[in-house]
Design a binder for this molecule. Sequence first.
Ligand SMILES: *[C@@H]1O[C@H](CO)[C@@H](O)[C@H](O)[C@H]1NC(C)=O
Ligand SMILES: *[C@@H]1O[C@H](CO)[C@@H](O)[C@H](O)[C@H]1NC(C)=O
Ligand SMILES: *[C@@H]1O[C@H](CO)[C@@H](O)[C@H](O)[C@H]1NC(C)=O
Length: 391
Amino acid sequence: MATCTVFLFLIVFNLYAFGFEEKPLNFVQIGNKYGYKVEEIIVITEDGYILKLFHIISVKSVKTPVLLMHGITDSADTWIIRGNNSLSLTLAANGYDVWVGNCRGNKYGRKHIYLDPDSDDFWDFSFHEFGYYDLSAIIDTVLYLTGSKKINLLGHSQGNAICYVLTSTRPEYNNKINILIALAPICFLQNLQPPVSKIIEVSPKLDRIAKLLNLQEVFGDNSLIVNILRKYCRIPFIGYKTCILDLLFSLSGDDIDEFEPSFVSTFVDHFPVGTSEKDLVHFAQVSLRRKFANYDYGIQRNIEIYNLTEPMEYNLSAVNIKVALLVGANDKLSTIEDVALLRERLPNVVKYLVIPRRKMNHFDFVSGLHMEDYLFPYIFDILNTDTYTEN
Ligand SMILES: *[C@@H]1O[C@H](CO)[C@@H](O)[C@H](O)[C@H]1NC(C)=O
Ligand SMILES: *[C@@H]1O[C@H](CO)[C@@H](O)[C@H](O)[C@H]1NC(C)=O
Ligand SMILES: *[C@@H]1O[C@H](CO)[C@@H](O)[C@H](O)[C@H]1NC(C)=O
């Protein structure tokens, strides 16, 4: 009954709001709005996915390119929606050569050379493919276009997990990355709190329901849930309360000072974005199995695919790039306990820092209101002291 009322209300509201909405700006348009030229480069992965890579043209040029990789259900936009206070534009303003990548399935990667994005085969991927195919193709493109031998990589959340996948499965990529600056790093997920831990507990059930409904793409631009969210979250006062204070903060940690009500409409225009249901399930498996391992298809399929009854763990000992781990004390997704497990396993951690801001949550690393005060100085410090010189 209550659900019906809510839906009726939403439908009415939907009709009411119809036609009043402008299409959100894309990455290039936001860059242009703040006075930057942005190039759009097409990257095609070995397995045929077509991804957009953005390059912010800066006046001065510093040798080592910086590549930014987004988190789960996110896109390149996460690095620019704070306008000229965003990390991407702040780096560009300071003379860095900034490249911003996208993983398959999001709004800048919903294309393939022959697969139809509305077909089942298109969506058969998780963060494994983001690392193995997408990140490798993006890095090679940046190295080719710049003539540089290495990049500096900045990852947010899942943007770090994909780097561990890549460098453990294709060790030659260790030589192409000077340092990974890991913001809110995601790898192990065994110290999560409710409600996230509860959602993960029921994830096998949710997965079965999704399979029954043939739901392979989640949070796509055309999905009902995203369209409802975008409308509902914009409603003055209650939108902010429900979507941010109640929902987002319960998942990511609360930090009311860093997410002001006027930022809601920009935020929901760009987050969440589409990904595969399989990606979410793969992360849930990492949590439930307490192993950072390949996707678990069940014994029968595992034997067919891996010739093993259980999927192999990613070999973190093979990740020998330098890694700087930056962690938020109030981050409910990348918890201090889970990052400690990661830190023990990575052979070359050059810096570990819990950001001194007590309320530092998962999103403060990409869209906090005052990131330039409590986050950027550490990033600049690492980039400036850890310089890499060719040859
Ligand atoms: C950012 O842009 C705003 C308006 O677009 C401007 O007032 C402000 O000075 C800019 N800040 C920086 C650091 O460039
Ligand atoms: C599968 O694994 C078994 C036992 O480890 C091995 O003997 C066999 O050669 C493997 N088969 C293939 C096709 O790799
Ligand atoms: C993991 O990587 C390390 C370092 O490259 C290597 O010595 C070790 O044999 C690997 N372990 C497995 C199980 O492949």
